[in-house]
Design a protein around this ligand. Sequence first.
Ligand code: GCU
Length: 388
Amino acid sequence: MTSSELLQMGDGSAVESPEQWQGQRRPELLRLLESEVFGVTPFGRPDALRFEVREEKSGARDGLATRLRVGVLFEGTENGRQMELLVYLPNDVSGPVPVFLGLNFDGNFTTTAEADLPVPTHYVNGLFTRLSDHRATEEMRGSRASMWPYDEILKRGYGVATACYGEVEPDVANQWWHGPRVLAPPTEADGWGAIGSWAWALSRALDYLQTHPRVDSQCVAVFGFSRLGKTAMWAGAQDERFAAVISQNSGKGGASLMKRPQGEPVSHLSGPLGHWFAPSFARYSNNEAELPVDGDSIAALVAPRPLLILSATEDTWSDPEGEFLSGRSATRVYGLLGHEGLDAEARPEPGTFINSRVGYFLRVGGHNVTGEDWAVTLDWADKFLKPT
Ligand code: GCU
């Protein structure tokens, strides 16, 4: 969309005040993203939801952190649908801390080399380790640790929490009944897809974090890489309890602009990856121009909360320019709400960080998350996530 379309109601009338945005245009865009892209999330926190602290280790990571393993039991039972949340909270910090919350691809035990985390038995992605059967093995322990620099995050005074998306729902077509979608099956054209299900789980993780006295529940940022970046964007768009959103190469269906012809087309997202979305999204296959919403609509739904967009030069499939333009387009909504958005008119040189409320960083390199991404993320969070 163009930024002027963002500030125009479906009936053509202009959106001129924060009240009109919040009361009319925001709900209108949210409904369109539900009906045309991700599907409707039919319910929030289930009455039966229960948390089970399975382990609390006060001296984890050489004493740097308290580590918790928490069962988030969607149906309230130990054998029911669930996910295990791995939480690190920095020791030696007084008062509640801001927390980064994001899903992982391959199991909690791949985000750290610690030897005492269990090898999971649920579905894992495994692409990175060339796994053919989606079953985790001991060899995968710590294999994704470079994307999760826990010690650096903890030393800066932040907590961090993660769960495996594959435990919530396997990333496979027609397997939705394994996860929360079974509680409201997606039978209609606007039925929720897997991204909706994973995003829902992030909100349930936030439900848990809100109960912990050492977590500043007003300062929980949701983040994710690639398909899990799309998921983080959708979670943050829907659930305004998330204080900030961080997109790590989320690409099309996330921060990027689907209407631009560069990078991944909708035919790919709604075809081989169709289980991520509502069935109705297929209408826009080879027909992007007809989309009534785009990545900038998702970005605008995050407003006025801080949004960080991380791109990479070689990640052409995500269309990094589209990710930048999306942040720029949403900037008009931030402006209407009285905040600075993305403070750069043109895309910055690779390696130059725009540390504004809508932040933008174009790393030199490929589709990945590196220490460099986290270094800018922590600088940005110091400015926009820590309580003032
Ligand atoms: C594929 C897909 C992308 C997605 C990525 C990922 O490349 O086409 O949309 O972001 O997988 O999640 O790794």
